[in-house]
Structures are given as C-alpha cells and as structure tokens.
Write a new protein. Structure first.
Length: 551
C-alpha cells in the first residue's frame, strides 16, 4: 500500500495546462490549509501583540531564505541540469546539497548570534526577548526549505509535479500542528517549532524519489564549474528576491511603529491575497518553467514565445475575474475564514479593506512571476533584478509618503476610509502600507511586461483583447454578485458562519455564471481552451471497437 501511494504521488505529468491545473489544485488545497492555519491564529490570538511577534519573527529567516538559500534555487539549477546526463544530475545535486548545508549553516549560526542587534533595526517597535527566541528557532526554516528547493529541481526535471505540489500541504500541516498541539504545551515558542516541523516535512516527502538512475561521472572540478554558472544566473535573481523581501522588511518595520495588531492585520490580508496568487500565478509560472528552459536551450524560439503567450493569456483570464470577485466579496471572505474566537468585527473590516487593496495587484504579481521565469529560462537574470529594485523604491517611498498624507491630510484619509468602509475604526493607517506594496507590484509588472514583450516579440494585441473581454465579463459578474449580496442582506443572518458562507457562495455562484456567460457570448478563446483542457483530463477515454473478421 505504501509503495502504491509513493508510486501515485511520483507520477510524471506533462503538458502546460495539465501541469498547471494539477499545481493549481494542490496549491488550492495548500492554501485551504493556510487559511485554516490563519483562522486558528486569528481565533486564538486576534490581531494583537502575540501575532505581531509571530509574524515579525519571520522577517530575518525569510530574508536569509531569499538572499542565501535561494542561490541554489531550482530556477537557477534547471537550465544547468538540462545540460547534464541523467546519471550526472543526481551526483551533481548531492554535491550542491553538501555545499548548501555548509554555507547556510554558517550564515544561520552568525545570524543566531546577531539576532539581538538586528531586531531593533528590523522591527524597532517590537524588539524583545520573546521575539529574539522566536526568530532564533525559525532560523532552521531557511535551511530546511533551501534543501527542499534543491531536491525539487530533480523533482521538476522529471516532471513529478504531483510530488512537488504535496510539499506545501505538509508544511502547512506542520504549522497547524504547532498551533493545536505545541502551543498549549510550550507557549508561543510552540508556534515557531510547528513551522520548523512543517519545513522538515517539506523536504522529507521528496527524499524517497531521490534515487540515482546510474553511476555519476561528474567530479568536484566540474561541480564547481557548474556552481559558478549557477551563481552567475542566480545572484541577480537572488537580489531580485531580496528586493521583494526588503519591501516587506521596511513595511513591517513601519507597521511595528503603528498601533498594536497592525502587523497582524497586514499579514492576514497579505496571506489571503496569496491564495489566488498561488493558485493562478505560481501554478502557471512553475508549470511553464521547465518547458521554457528546454525550449530556449534547444533554440526553439518560436515555441518559447508561443508557450509564454499561452501562459500569459491564461493568467490574465483567471486573475482579472478573481480580482473583481475578491473585492466584491472581501467582507464575506474575511469573516468566513478568520472570523472566530477573539477576532472581532473591526479587525474583520480592516483586514477586508487591506485585502481589497492587495488584490488589485493580483494580475500584476502573477505576470511578474511568469516574466521573471521567462527571463531566467533565457539566462537573463539582470532585468528581473532591475524590475524588483524599481518595486522596492516605489513601495518604500510611497509607503512613507502615503502614511504622511494619511496622518496630516484629512480629506485623503476620510476618502479612503469611506471608500473602503472602515470609517470610525482606529489603526486604519496600516492600509497605506498595503497600498504601497500594491503600487510597487503594479510598477514592477508594467516594466516587466513592456520589456519582455519587446525583447522576445510577444504579441500584445491578443493580451489587450483578452483584458477587455475578461475585465468586462468580471465587472458584469461582480455587479451580479453584489446584487445578490444586497438582496440577501436582510433575509440571511450574516452574524453566523453558516449565513456568511451561504451568502458569499450564492453571490459567487450567480456572479460566476454571469461571467462565464459573458465570456461565451464574446467567444473568448481562453474559455474554450480551458474547457478543452479540463474535458481532456476528466473525460473517459473513447473505446474503439475493432470490426470482427468473420472470414
């Protein structure tokens, strides 16, 4: 039974849409667990000091993961692995793991010692002994996730996307275990140990499929040559990732100076917008990357561009309606997902408002992911770095400016509070940090899409046509969903979980039908491609009966 289960999760998956939908399905499952995780955190602690400390403790480990652990990421490894023989791939990755553990272990040890000196800079409003201890425990996370990332290069190279998709599920299960089982026994440190346990599961699930296909011939000399090539590719990418982490570092540092619970509000909304981002943006970009690397290495430029165009179209096809529906249903989503225990209605309204701001950049963030992987597959890692730095400059600068305006310009503050329906609630200034992050993402995507379409000759007209069709359909669907919310507001008791869920699902169902019908009337190409891909995946195979030879 165990062997059959391992064989099932290790099956190969080929084809862009099939891989993307598989990744999207398991990404959705992972995000469901992530939402359950956040619901447990919200219900247990509310948006207060404990969760501020918990989320702040991730900042240094996440920064180390982005800057050091990702130097040997699968996106830098895959183009090099594609050049090696199957026998040498595993041997090379074994040496990469050894180098990684030595380097990352030394960096984590140095960070462990320096924690008391770094936290007053990273989170000036929160630095204390509890935060120091949580941060030190979480320093194990980038080591484990970095190792898992290296092993995942082999997993993706062999098109074992199902196995790759299960790892995040186990990671979130570990965190949930920390909340449910470890926190009651160990206190807040149990939350951190749950994260470490989840990271350990993330890497352990992939080890049974690590087996060699033959005897490797690669030696240490060639290994270091290839490592140099990888670093040449990965250093700009790592700096680009670091740019994103710097944005979060600065915004969280600013949030630590705001009223208690501001970091928790920011992170709850950030995590909620990560659900559609993971399902749409991550799924398509991850599914496309191995094929893009292979096509570019083989010199098949036409197929490379066609693959990118297909992925871009389908990202926009899904992301634009998701953006509109999340904005319309934001209060129902937040209340249904986080509304339990000590998480009260004012906190719900604040998170819903921040979510509405974050989700505006959903399409932009998804496009950025795909564009970056397109450049990485082509061996060009400098431009994504430039785009990332631009996003940091915009996010940090606009964050400072927006907070200043919000505090001293009453007209600006009242306009935003009324538009987002958070008037009369304290702590609304945290919304300016969400808006700053959103602006940085929009600028990064605009730059990336412009230069990528120019550099690779990607057609823009189909994207503009799709944007018009998808946005028009989404607006009509969103209006229908809002009408259902207005019509059922008095008839349904929305003070209960069941009532909120039923109202939200009813509105989403009606809005979804209107959106699909509109797309069909517009003869949207992506709608019919999606139907064909799903039908091919789930439809039973046709049985062909050969005529019997009776002669």
């Amino acid at each position: 039974m165990v062997r059959a289960l391992l064989s099932a999760v290790g099956v190969e998956v080929r084809g862009l849409h099939q891989a993307a939908y598989l990744l999207a399905f398991f990404a959705l499952l992972s995000q469901v667990l992530a939402l359950l995780r956040d619901r447990l955190l919200a219900g247990t602690f509310g948006a207060g000091e404990t969760l501020d400390l918990y989320y702040a403790a991730f900042r240094l480990p996440d920064f180390l993961f982005a800057t050091v652990a990702s130097l040997l990421s699968l996106y830098a490894l895959l183009p090099i692995l594609a050049k090696l023989t199957p026998d040498d791939v595993t041997g090379f990755l074994e040496r990469c793991l050894l180098v990684f553990f030595v380097a990352m272990g030394a960096v984590a040890a140095a960070a462990y010692v320096a924690v008391p000196y770094l936290l007053p800079i990273i989170t000036p409003g929160l630095a204390n002994g509890t935060l120091e201890q949580l941060t030190r425990i979480l320093l194990l996370q980038p080591i484990l996730l970095g190792a898992s990332n290296i092993i995942a290069a082999l997993t993706q190279l062999r098109h074992r996307f199902l196995l790759y998709s299960i790892s995040p599920l186990l990671y979130n299960l570990g965190i949930i275990g920390g909340i449910v089982f470890l926190y009651p026994r160990m206190g807040v440190e149990g939350l951190a140990w749950g994260v470490v346990f989840g990271a350990a599961l993330h890497v352990l699930i992939q080890l049974p499929f690590w087996g060699r296909t033959g005897t490797p011939t690669i030696g240490w000399r060639d290994t270091f040559v290839h490592l140099g090539e990888i670093l040449k590719l990965s250093v700009p990418r790592t700096l680009a990732l670091a740019a994103g982490q710097i944005s979060l570092l600065v915004l969280i540092a600013l949030a630590s100076l705001l009223p208690g619970g501001s970091i928790a509000i920011f992170m709850f909304a950030f995590n909620l917008q990560a659900v559609p981002l993971t399902v749409i943006g991550v799924s398509y970009s991850v599914a496309a990357f191995p094929t893009l690397s292979r096509l570019h290495a083989a010199g098949e430029r036409g197929e490379f561009v066609r693959h990118i165009e297909t992925a871009l179209r389908h990202i926009l096809f899904w992301a634009i309606p998701a953006m509109v529906f999340v904005i319309v249903l934001r209060a129902q989503l937040v209340r249904a997902i986080l509304g339990s225990g000590v998480f009260d209605w004012p906190e719900t309204r604040l998170v819903a408002a921040a979510l509405a701001i974050f989700i505006v950049s959903l399409s932009a963030q998804s496009i950025t992911m795909l564009v970056a992987r397109g450049y990485y597959a082509a061996g060009n890692t400098a431009k994504p770095l430039i785009f990332g730095i631009s996003a940091v400059v915009v996010s940090v600068t606009s964050g400072l400016i927006l907070m200043h305006f919000f505090e001293y310009w009453d007209l600006w503050r009242m306009f935003l509070e009324e538009m987002l329906r958070v008037e009369g609630i304290s702590g609304t200034v945290v919304l300016m940090l969400a808006l700053a992050y959103c602006l940085g993402g929009l600028v990064q995507a605009a730059l990336g899409l412009y230069f990528f379409t120019r550099d690779f000759g990607v057609a823009r007209r189909p994207l503009l046509t799709l944007f018009f069709q998808s946005f028009s359909a989404a607006v009509l669907g969103g209006a229908a969903a809002y009408a259902v919310l207005a019509a059922t507001g008095e008839a349904i008791n929305i003070d209960t979980f069941t009532g909120v869920v039923f109202q939200g699902l009813s509105a989403a169902f009606v809005g979804g039908i209107v959106t699909i019908a509109t797309l069909a009337l517009l003869r949207n190409r992506e709608l019919f491609e999606t139907y064909a891909a799903v039908h091919k995946r789930v439809a039973p195979p046709k049985v062909v009966i050969e005529p019997t030879d009776v002669s």
